[in-house]
Design a binder for this molecule. Sequence first.
Ligand SMILES: NC(=O)c1ccc[n+]([C@@H]2O[C@H](COP(=O)([O-])OP(=O)(O)OC[C@H]3O[C@@H](n4cnc5c(N)ncnc54)[C@H](O)[C@@H]3O)[C@@H](O)[C@H]2O)c1
Ligand SMILES: [Zn+2]
Length: 342
Amino acid sequence: MKTVRVNASRSYEVKIGSGLLETVGSETAKLTAGQALVVSDENVAPLYLPKVVGSLRQAGLTASSASVPAGEPAKSPEYYVNLLNILAAKRLTRSDAVIALGGGVVGDLAGFAAATYLRGIPVVQIPTTLLAMVDSSVGGKTAIDLPAGKNLVGAFHQPSLVLCDPDALSTLPEDVLRDGCAEVIKTAVLFDRDLFDHLRDRSTGFDREAVIARCVEHKRDVVCRDEFDTGERQLLNLGHTVGHAVEKCSGYAVSHGKAVAVGTAIMARAFSKDADEILSVLRAFGLPTETAFSPEELASAALSDKKRSGDTLTLVVPERIGRASLKKITVGDLLDVIRAGY
Ligand SMILES: NC(=O)c1ccc[n+]([C@@H]2O[C@H](COP(=O)([O-])OP(=O)(O)OC[C@H]3O[C@@H](n4cnc5c(N)ncnc54)[C@H](O)[C@@H]3O)[C@@H](O)[C@H]2O)c1
Ligand SMILES: [Zn+2]
């Protein structure tokens, strides 16, 4: 088992190891002696909820659960308010805890409910997708979507504990696992030549515990330097400006991970001295590096993105594997960048 300590506005541990799902009760009992409400979705609940609730009860906690439909539509104001009503009906207090058991959707929704109910109660994140383990469960961003766009309402609310059990990945559909791999490759391209080499040499047979721990350490480092996302944390958006454009142009038929892979490939071709290596690792993981949408379509979709402020936008530029920088460009330059990397 590996432990990564995050010293953000709250200090907490991220534990990564096989069998950690069995320890949810004893670990949560160190944080609260009261109630725990476990939030999961309809795919995750039948697989892991009985084990988690059983473990909490065995540790002497009062445990109950709530489940939402699987997928992005659960990050809605309606499911958020439902969850708040459940927390209120069960009379949870600030000395109780919400437990988010699932992928990034459950983590964001349950995290946001915990962030706002009673002005904030503790949340334990138990990520069950690779993306949630290496990315969304760590760092304290929580959010729901509005009809006008994704993640438009949210809060920074650091978890009190994160437990990553790589065994949970065994039930993950191949395609969802691949999406998570895109974020792992992104992390390596940004920060870590050794991690990149490990992924290149072992491909999808990589050492899950070690790789998740490494990615969490990198995310921790960035989050601790820029918790509230005003500078360096934007590095984590490598490939995401163009990636979001691909998702949007496809009407969200292209998944986030695959769209980010395309975005990373375009930025690599446009800027990186190591573009060939980056493209070959993306392909080795079965991820796309090209898109049928034209540079003009991508640029116009990207420019309607909420992350733009005024006439400029910040691009993440991969220079060499393990080294990247932020570059402000004018909106008019985006099309040229996409063309250069197309
Ligand atoms: N807060 C952050 O910092 C942050 C960062 C990145 C992404 N996100 C958010 O994360 C979300 C995407 O997360 P995701 O990719 O984990 O998607 P997800 O939560 O929708 O999970 C993907 C699918 O896998 C299923 N699933 C989850 N765990 C499983 C398991 N162990 N076995 C079988 N099936 C399982 C889910 O039911 C779902 O159908 C987006 O809403 C995105 O905005 C947040
Ligand atoms: Zn992403």
